[in-house]
Design a protein around this ligand. Structure first.
Ligand SMILES: Nc1nc2c(ncn2[C@@H]2O[C@H](COP(=O)(O)OP(=O)(O)OP(=O)(O)O)[C@@H](O)[C@H]2O)c(=O)[nH]1
Ligand SMILES: [Mg+2]
Length: 328
């Protein structure tokens, strides 16, 4: 190994040597190769490393198959919805998950910090929503299981960095997702002809918008975009707009909270049942207990009913905040 490598190459090599998984090794090795100056003295080294890289890439899929069962990428859904936080490296995905949830993923200045998804619970009013921090989405190597995790999720938060060419970051990430047949749900109409696509609701978080000084940059970013994207400027450092973010996530999940009221008693307003928007009294009954679903005769509803305590049938559509007394 030549001793005259620049310090960033030496560091990149150390990261590569410390890498544990194949995916991690691939990305680190690519980074290492890119930091090596291109001249005669490094030709052999670069060629050797390239060969090693292609060997690693061909080894990657079989490793995935054997580790499928207990993969770190299979994360059980918890709470009212599973929301994946994705995007290029260094945009602040881990910082956002660390600020918004009880999880403590590592946050660092250097790229490629996160290698495994980390779930955490984000309290939103009286419910909990699961956020999952993920490794960077990188064109050089995409972990197939990361794509599966994204496909299964209820909502994608695509994070871009206002200070680092966010237009390019957004376009590249969307293109990468589309190549793997994941399409933002609001663009569904453009893809009616295509099959085997997974449509997932998506919101773009424009991070590092720390204070008013960066609002102008955000406006420029918005104007530069060709399409109308659902955007939210935020900051994991100053917590800017994070309360708004929680509300928007709740709305995008298209869920409602419904409270059960035993006859003659007050409802427990701290423990809602979470249902999909458009759910009926029968759906609610099934969620409370199978017995209720089968034996339900009628229900009284406070909230969306015409008057408080109105008797409604099984098909009555419920709304967020409704209180329901089931009758059997
Ligand atoms: N000014 C500012 N810096 C931020 C903000 N969010 C994150 N950072 C910084 O950006 C760097 C990267 O943050 P991370 O959370 O590790 O980024 P990441 O997207 O998880 O990166 P990978 O794990 O490599 O994909 C760190 O130095 C953070 O302190 C923010 O809102 N404002
Ligand atoms: Mg990270």
């Amino acid at each position: 190994m030549p001793t005259n490598l620049p310090p960033e190459a030496v560091e990149a090599e150390q990261r590569y040597r410390a890498a544990k998984s194949v995916a991690e090794k691939i990305v680190c090795l690519e980074e290492f190769i890119s930091t090596i100056p291109k001249h005669k003295g490094t030709d052999k080294l670069r060629a050797d490393l390239r060969r090693r890289l292609s060997k690693l890439k061909s080894a990657a899929p079989s490793q995935k198959r054997t580790s499928r069962q207990d993969s770190a990428f299979r994360i059980d859904k918890e709470g009212a919805g599973q929301v994946v936080v994705v995007g290029p490296t260094n945009v602040g995905k881990s910082a956002l998950v660390a600020t918004l949830t009880n999880a403590t993923p590592e946050v660092a200045d250097s790229p490629f910090t996160t290698w495994r998804p980390t779930p955490g619970m984000m309290p939103v009013e009286n419910i909990q929503i699961q956020l999952v921090d993920t490794p960077p989405l990188n064109r050089d190597y995409v972990e197939p299981e990361l794509l599966d995790l994204i496909r299964r999720s209820d909502l994608i938060l695509l994070v871009v960095d206002l200070r680092a060419d966010p237009v390019q970051q957004l376009e590249d990430t969307i293109a990468l997702l589309q190549e793997h047949r994941i399409v933002p749900r609001h663009l569904k109409d453009r893809y009616i002809e295509q099959r085997h696509l997974t449509f997932v609701p998506l919101l773009v978080l424009v991070n590092k918008n720390d204070d008013e000084d960066s609002d102008e940059d955000f406006e420029i970013f918005r104007e530069l975009l060709e399409d109308d994207w659902p955007l939210l400027p935020v900051s994991a450092t100053t917590n800017r707009n994070l309360e708004r973010l929680k509300q928007v996530v709740f709305e995008r999940l298209e869920i409602i909270r419904v409270y059960s009221k035993p006859p003659g008693k007050d409802p427990d307003l701290s423990a809602p049942f979470v249902l999909e928007k458009g759910s009926t009294v029968a759906d609610f009954a099934g969620k409370v207990h199978q017995d209720f679903l089968e034996k339900l005769t009628a229900a009284r509803v406070w909230g969306s009913a015409v008057y408080d305590g109105q008797m409604v049938g099984r098909d009555h559509v419920l709304h967020d905040g409704d209180v329901v007394e089931l009758r059997i």
